[in-house]
Design a binder for this molecule. Structure first.
Ligand SMILES: [Zn+2]
Length: 112
C-alpha cells in the first residue's frame, strides 16, 4: 500500500498525463480493434448489374480474436461510428504503448 503510494508520487509528469488521457478514453469512448475495408461483392441476383461485372461495394469490418477471424458487414449509416471507435482504440493503444515504454525506462534505471 505504502510502496504503491510512493511510486505514484514518483511518477513522471509525462506518465501521469498518459494515464489521465487513457483513463478518459476508457471511461468515455467506444473502443474497437478491427480493420474496415471496402470490398467488391455480388448479391446473387441474376438480373443485377453485379452479375454483369459491375460489383457492389460493401464495407467489411474484420479482426481476429482468439485465433478466429471475425467479419461483419457495416451499413453506411454506421460507418462513421465504426471509424471513430477504431480510431479511438488505436489512440488508446498508442498511449498504452507510451506507458509501457516509461516502465521499460524505470526498470532500466532501477527506479521501480
Ligand atoms: Zn447485385
Amino acid at each position: 500500500m505504502r510502496k504503491e503510494r510512493l511510486s505514484r508520487m514518483g511518477m513522471k509528469k509525462s506518465e501521469r498525463q498518459f494515464r489521465s488521457r487513457l483513463n478518459q478514453m476508457i471511461a468515455n469512448s467506444g473502443l474497437l480493434r478491427g480493420t474496415l475495408t471496402l470490398r467488391k461483392v455480388t448479391c446473387g441476383k441474376k438480373c443485377c448489374r453485379c452479375a454483369e461485372g459491375e460489383p457492389h461495394l460493401a464495407l467489411v469490418l474484420t479482426a481476429s480474436a482468439k485465433g478466429k477471424a471475425l467479419q461483419l458487414f457495416i451499413p453506411k449509416s454506421l460507418e462513421g461510428t465504426t471509424r471513430r471507435w477504431i480510431r479511438q482504440y488505436r489512440q488508446a493503444e498508442n498511449i498504452l504503448e507510451k506507458i509501457s515504454l516509461e516502465h521499460w525506462d524505470k526498470l532500466k534505471k532501477r527506479k521501480v
